[in-house]
Design a binder for this molecule. Structure first.
Ligand code: IPM
Ligand code: MN
Length: 363
């Protein structure tokens, strides 16, 4: 098979971790007899520096022509980077949001897995996580507060800022369907997260999820409020299988989920539409504080490459080979700084971690 993949290294640690993901992808594909063609694209701050805007129309067209996109991260230090002196729609994040919207990537899958080998890096008490946990957050990605109308105005000498939270029934339905389909392939337990005790959009969310649930009698459905979900994630993470939620709640809960897997550097993600196209990126940010130091954890990017093989190319054996290689390297004791004990002798840098994982990929 020949894969056509657009690569967006992006900003901060993005280029470093994407290089490792490519290393592992190349190794895996050559081992399994496939070919891959990359096209590098600029997004976010890198695009602002080159073209004055975070996503150009040309880049968007090229992205649309690829089979899938492998991405690093975008953005900089919001306090110090000159990018954040630009108007909001010219900042790095605006490029990513437009890319998600234009490609209709409404379903964002964020698998949160605590590998038993990393239980020491998990801040929760051992008895809560014994044996590890494995759940996936399905975050709606093209609606809600991220894409509602915004304004900042002044009325009677008082400044007023407004963000609107809008969901249509069909937007909820399509992501809910996707989550139920995923639940069917897992433990058939779906938890839908909303704030139905306060928000109209959440009441529509809950009602719609219940309607979709009628088509999936084998999947059990539980609705929980987002504040309670935040609490349950640290109280009983093993309770979760598939977590379905709207855009902003998903953003917040997935950072929480990443922390209990040991580090935000472990959480991969796939953003999907109704075709096989997908954008694959770590859930974490650009980490400008450690950019260029060679210490960033490339595992989330490497696991995102595995998701790319699985979801966009149906190369399940190849995806599993990468995931297995990650487990083996962790089992052997190698750690990047974020998941290591202090003074751990098995602490390695970004490139070394990529080499180790790449070496363990077997057919
Ligand atoms: C994420 C990020 C983005 C988001 C930012 C960079 C716009 O935090 O993918 O979780 O909020 O969706
Ligand atoms: Mn986020």
């Amino acid at each position: 098979m020949k894969l056509k993949v657009a690569v967006i290294p992006g900003d901060g640690i993005g280029p470093e971790i994407v290089a490792e993901a490519r290393k592992v992808l190349d190794k895996t594909l050559s081992l399994f007899g496939h070919e891959i063609e990359y096209e590098e694209l600029l997004l976010g701050g890198a695009s602002i520096d080159a073209y004055g805007e975070p996503l150009t129309d040309e880049t968007l067209e090229k992205a649309k022509k690829a089979d899938a996109i492998l991405m690093g991260s975008i953005g900089g230090d919001t306090n110090t980077s000159p990018w954040y002196k630009l108007p909001p729609q010219k900042r790095p994040e605006a490029g990513l949001l437009r890319l998600r919207k234009e490609l209709n990537l409404f379903a964002n899958l964020r698998p949160a897995i605590l590998y038993p080998q990393l239980s020491a890096a998990c801040p929760l008490k051992e008895e809560l996580t014994r044996g590890g946990f494995d759940f996936v957050i399905v975050r709606e990605l093209t609606g809600g507060l991220y894409f509602g109308n915004r304004s900042t105005t002044e009325e009677n000498g008082e400044i007023k800022a407004v963000d609107t939270l809008v969901y249509t029934k069909s937007e909820i339905e399509r992501v809910a369907r996707r989550a139920f389909e995923i639940a069917l392939l897992r433990n058939k337990k779906l938890i839908s997260v909303d704030k139905a005790n306060v928000l109209d959009s959440s009441r529509l969310w809950r009602k719609t999820v219940n309607e979709v649930a009628d088509d999936y009698p084998d999947v059990s459905v539980e609705h929980i409020l987002v504040d309670n979900c935040a609490m349950q994630l640290v109280k009983d993470p093993k309770h979760f299988d598939v977590v379905l939620t709207e855009n902003m709640f998903g953003d917040i809960l997935s950072d929480e989920a990443s922390m209990i897997t040991g580090s935000i550097g472990m959480l991969a993600s796939a953003s999907l539409n109704n075709t096989s196209f997908g954008l694959y990126e770590p859930s974490g940010g650009a980490a400008p504080d450690i950019a260029g130091c060679g210490i960033a954890n490339p595992i989330a990017a490497i696991l995102s490459a595995a998701l790319l093989l699985r979801h966009s190319f149906k190369l399940e054996a190849e995806a599993l080979a990468i995931e297995k290689a990650v487990r083996i390297v962790l089992e052997k004791g190698y750690r990047t700084k974020d998941i290591a004990f202090e003074n751990n002798e098995m602490t390695v840098g970004t490139a070394k971690m990529g080499d180790l994982i790449s070496c363990e990929v077997t057919q």
